[in-house]
Design a protein around this ligand. Sequence first.
Ligand code: AMP
Length: 291
Amino acid sequence: MQRAENPAELRTILDGLRADGGVVGFVPTMGCLHEGHGSLMQKARGEVGHLVASVYVNPKQFGPDEDFDAYPRQLEDDLAFCQAQGVDVVYTPRDEVMYPRDFTSFVQEEVLSVPLCGQGRPGHFRGVTTVVTKLLNQVRPDRSYFGQKDAQQALIIQRMVRDLDLPGEVVLCPIVRDEHGLALSSRNRYLDDAGRSASLTLRRALQAIEQAFEGGERSADALVAAGKAVFKGVEGVKLEYLQVVSRDHLMQLPTLEGVCLAAVAAQVKGARLIDNSVLDAESGKVRATLF
Ligand code: AMP
C-alpha cells in the first residue's frame, strides 16, 4: 500500500498505476474506520483495478459548536485497516494542503442540502460538497463509493457530480449495522453502555415506521407519528428530526409515492447519530438501496 500526503504525491502514484490500465475506485472517509467503511472498500475492491481511500477529517463540515476537535482520530489503526482491505493508495492530506490560508472558494448544492440535517447543521453540506469536489478532482476516480448511512449526503454528492461534471460514477452502498441494529458510525465511540442502549431508539423508531408501512400505511404524518411514539419516555435521547420524505426531492409528501426515505437524527448523550430506511411505495417493501 502506498501513501500520499499531498495532491502532487497522489498524482505521481496514480499516474504510475494508471499507466498499467485498470479502473480507479475511491472511498473517501474521515477515518476511525469500521466495518461500514470496510463494506465500501470491499465493494470497490471487487469492482476496480486500483483502490484509493482517503482519511481526512474535514474541518469545513463542522460547525463552531460541533465535535471537530473531539472527533476520533487513529491514523495508525486506519492505515492497518486500509491495508487489510486491500487498499492500494491511502491519501492523508493535512489541513494546510487542503485549505491554504487564503482559501475562499466553496461548492454548494442548493436544494437537497436544505432539509433534514441541513436545518440543524447550517454550512455542513457546503463543507462536504467542497471537500468532496476537491478530493474527486485530486483522485479523478472512475468510481467513488459512498454509504447510505449518510443518505442525504450521498444524494447531494450524486447530484453535485452530475450537475458539475465531476469525475467518476457515484456508487451508493447499503447501511452496515451492529448485531443490535445500531448503524455503525465513528461517533458511536462517544457512547457508554447506557448511551449504546439508548441509541437503539433510532433503529426502533425506523422499525416502527417500516412495520406500519408494510402494513399498508401511506400517510407520511401517520408514519412519522408511529416513529415518534417510540421516542416518548426514552431518557438520554433528544430527537432532532424524524421525517418521511421523497428520495428525489427530500420533501415530505402527504401520501408516499415512489421511493421514500424515513430519516432520523438524534443526540444521544452528546453524540449526534443519524439513521434511515428506504420505503418503496411502488412495491410496498422496505429496501436496502436507494436506487
Ligand atoms: P465518514 O468517515 O463517517 O465520513 O464516512 C465515510 C463513508 O463511509 C461515507 O460514505 C459514509 O456514508 C460511509 N459509512 C459510514 N458508516 C457507514 C455504515 N454504517 N454503513 C455504510 N456506510 C457507512
